[in-house]
Design a protein around this ligand. Structure first.
Ligand SMILES: CC(C)(COP(=O)(O)OP(=O)(O)OC[C@H]1O[C@@H](n2cnc3c(N)ncnc32)[C@H](O)[C@@H]1OP(=O)(O)O)[C@@H](O)C(=O)NCCC(=O)NCCS
Length: 157
């Protein structure tokens, strides 16, 4: 498995994956394209592939990167290759980048019923902080907010 920074050319593949995943965050083509604008707020967009070649994209992760506290906004893995470690690998790579950049923590929120995603985050070491009541719509559901505190320059195993 190979993880690399996404380019704007990956957006159609990213959107295809996202559309298969009802529990993912959903954005428009324009929103994804805007992540790559030179003046866009700092973000990391990673894609996972099974060969060093550019395609196919099997998973992706999007995170906002303000200086102090990074936020994972979306993680999706292709249905056919789930539960093989890709989601964990994407999150770990993000944590390594956040640690190297000197971020103090990485946070995220997830639907309360999203058991697989919650297991992934908890196995990696995220700690549940609090619950945001009825945070999501369609359907309404509480969000669980997780945080992982980072030591400066931590290397995530
Ligand atoms: C959540 C998601 C990204 C996980 O990706 P993944 O590549 O399947 O995750 P991993 O293989 O790294 O699994 C990590 C852990 O999560 C749990 N898990 C994930 N998928 C699982 C499954 N199908 N069955 C049982 N446990 C599962 C396990 O605890 C697993 O650890 P293990 O391999 O030691 O058993 C993937 O299920 C997905 O794309 N879901 C739809 C989009 C989504 O909901 N994203 C999260 C938004 S916050």
């Amino acid at each position: 498995m190979h993880i690399r920074p996404a380019t704007v050319a990956d957006v159609p593949c990213i959107r295809q994956l996202e559309e298969q995943a009802s529990t993912a965050a959903h954005w428009t083509q324009e929103q994804y394209d805007s992540f790559f604008w030179p003046d866009a707020p700092a973000r990391v967009v990673l894609v996972a592939t099974d060969t060093p070649s550019q395609r196919p994209v099997l998973g992706f992760l999007v995170a906002r990167c303000p200086p102090d506290e990074w936020e994972i906004e979306n993680v999706v893995v292709e249905v056919a290759v789930r539960h093989q470690g890709l989601g964990s690998a994407l999150v770990r790579e993000l944590l390594n980048q956040a640690g190297m950049a000197g971020a103090a923590a990485v946070i995220l929120e997830v639907r309360e019923s999203n058991a697989f995603a919650r297991q992934l985050y908890e196995k990696i070491g995220f700690v549940q902080e609090y619950r945001r009541k009825d945070y999501y719509s369609g359907p309404f559901e509480h969000a669980i907010v997780y945080r992982l505190s980072l030591q400066k320059c931590d290397k995530i195993p």
